[in-house]
Design a protein around this ligand. Structure first.
Ligand code: SAM
Length: 218
């Protein structure tokens, strides 16, 4: 995936150091951030900004989340490498590329056609072969490839979409931001082996809107 002399090796190394300082501990997550070329997932004019600790615009009113946010959500999924993952909100495709390094396969759904197409070609250009991007309403999940061992929702919704809970495997984890349009709690839900759901709040955050049948109205 990574060309060692792409001009951003030092920037990625600094990014990993900052993630470590911000409390990210999973060595596989840190390694993935050291490998995925974030500058290739943002609009060309923003490449030099791409390793900074900030969300950046990717067009159509959407953003690529700040690296620390992507890292915290990814770490919270507790991936071991064998999982089938569902991502709701492909956006730039960056988090999907990170997840591709940490799980067996990734299904990613994006509701904006132009973003889905751009993310697909960026992932293809990186040679990522275990991510499939679908255009659609991710609040419905994708029953055809369920159940998922991990689900990450990368846009903020009013409540956790029921179809996503229904598609979460026993032992599975769902991580996402839920609350008002102005502020959300970053929530992790774990489905126990017995089928019960355990919910915990990991922090406060503000994401772009999750729009769909089980999200906000467009
Ligand atoms: N994970 C992305 C990345 O790495 O660039 C960042 C995602 S951005 C913060 C949130 C994305 O969710 C936007 O691209 C938005 O269009 C998308 N989105 C919002 N509601 C959605 C829905 N119901 N289904 C799929 N995508 C949705």
């Amino acid at each position: 995936m990574l060309s060692r002399d792409d001009g951003y090796v030092a920037a990625r190394r600094r990014l990993v150091q900052r993630l470590l300082e911000s409390g990210v501990r999973d060595p596989r997550v840190l390694a993935a951030f050291g490998e995925v070329p974030r500058h290739l997932m943002v609009p060309e004019a923003l490449r030099t900004e791409s390793y900074k600790q900030a969300a950046l615009p990717i067009g159509d009113g959407q953003t690529i989340s700040a690296p620390a946010v992507v890292a915290a959500m990814t770490e919270a999924l507790e991936l071991q490498g064998t999982e089938r993952v569902l991502e709701v909100g492909t956006g730039s495709g960056y988090q999907a590329a990170v997840l591709s390094r940490l799980a067996a396969s990734v299904v990613s759904i994006e509701r904006v056609g132009r973003l889905a197409a751009r993310a697909r070609s960026a992932l293809d250009a990186l040679g990522v072969s275990n991510v499939v991007v679908y255009l659609g309403d991710g609040t419905l999940g994708r029953a055809a490839s369920a159940p998922y061992d991990a689900i990450v929702v990368t846009a903020g919704g009013p409540t956790i979409p029921q179809p996503l809970l229904d598609q979460l495997a026993p032992g599975g984890r769902l991580v996402g931001p839920f609350g008002t349009r102005e502020e959300q709690a970053l929530v992790r839900v774990r489905r126990t082996a017995g089928g019960a759901l355990e919910r915990e709040t990991l922090g406060r955050c503000r994401f772009v809107d999750l729009i769909g049948a089980h999200g906000w109205a467009a």
